[in-house]
Design a protein around this ligand. Structure first.
Ligand code: GRF
Length: 240
């Protein structure tokens, strides 16, 4: 399998985030609590050769999550870590961190993981924890985003892949995809169409992060060269 030059091999500039590494195979852990269709979309993108990555662990806080069973059936390493059995959030996250370290996970993809992660956890994986949300954030954060969108009467909603920070559905946005709302949409109609876009958006976000130079500037995720308009004018002038 060959992939384009990793960002550290191009002339992107030292201050850009550099991913890809020598081998270019990124180690992903997926955290889920339910059905796991986004996890499958990531898995399939890897299988197709679209993503230079490997899913090294699938973790769920719900032992009976269908997504966990799907991962097991695919032969992936899985871990059920029910939070209810833990004395505190810190002890649950401690075990989670230990498991992620043991498999040398570099990226943590939340895919329907119904549990807030603490600031401490997020700091351990600074700009390496991603989430997908079924709305165009910052609209309709939290639970039942599709229902919120319908109730509000928006004409367009969508999905968002973003970095995770300490606040709910809040971190810098990596990819968004719009979805039109139809007048006769039910929550399940809209959710179905959103899900189709989600399955495109998550692999796309990962692919961009893995294969392009990027940096986070304030709340903005900037892809590509850091060269500004002024820089390029100077460079062209020098060339004469
Ligand atoms: C998706 O709608 C996702 O946006 C949200 O939770 C749902 C998970 O679905 N965070 P699935 O388990 O990936 O099928």
């Amino acid at each position: 399998m060959t992939f384009p030059k990793t960002p550290d091999q191009n002339e992107a500039g030292a201050s850009l985030q550099v991913t890809g590494g020598e081998l270019g195979v990124q180690r992903i852990a997926v955290l889920l609590s339910g059905r796991g269709s986004n996890f499958l979309a990531i898995h399939q993108a890897i299988d197709r050769g679209d993503l230079p990555a490997k899913i090294v662990l699938v973790v769920s806080n719900v032992s009976s999550a269908p997504g966990l069973a799907k991962a097991r059936a695919l032969g992936l390493q899985v871990l059920a870590l029910p939070h209810r059995k833990e004395l505190s959030r810190a002890s649950h996250e401690g075990k989670l961190l230990e498991a992620l370290r043991a498999v040398e996970a570099e990226w943590v993809c939340l895919a329907g993981y119904m549990r807030l992660l603490s600031g401490d956890f997020v700091r351990h994986f600074h700009q390496r924890v991603l989430n997908i949300h079924p709305s165009l954030l910052p609209a309709f954060p939290g639970l039942r985003a599709q229902e919120q969108a319908l109730k509000h009467g928006v004409r367009v909603t969508g999905c968002t892949v973003h970095f995770v920070d300490e606040e709910l559905d809040n971190g810098p946005i990596i990819v968004q995809k719009p979805v039109a709302v139809m007048e006769d949409d039910t929550v399940s109609d809209l959710s179905r169409r959103l899900l189709r876009e989600e399955h495109e958006a998550y692999p796309e976000a990962l692919k961009r992060l893995f294969l392009e130079p990027w940096e986070v500037s304030g709340r903005r995720v900037l892809f590509g060269s850091k060269e500004t308009g002024e820089d390029s004018r100077k460079r062209l002038k020098k060339r004469g």
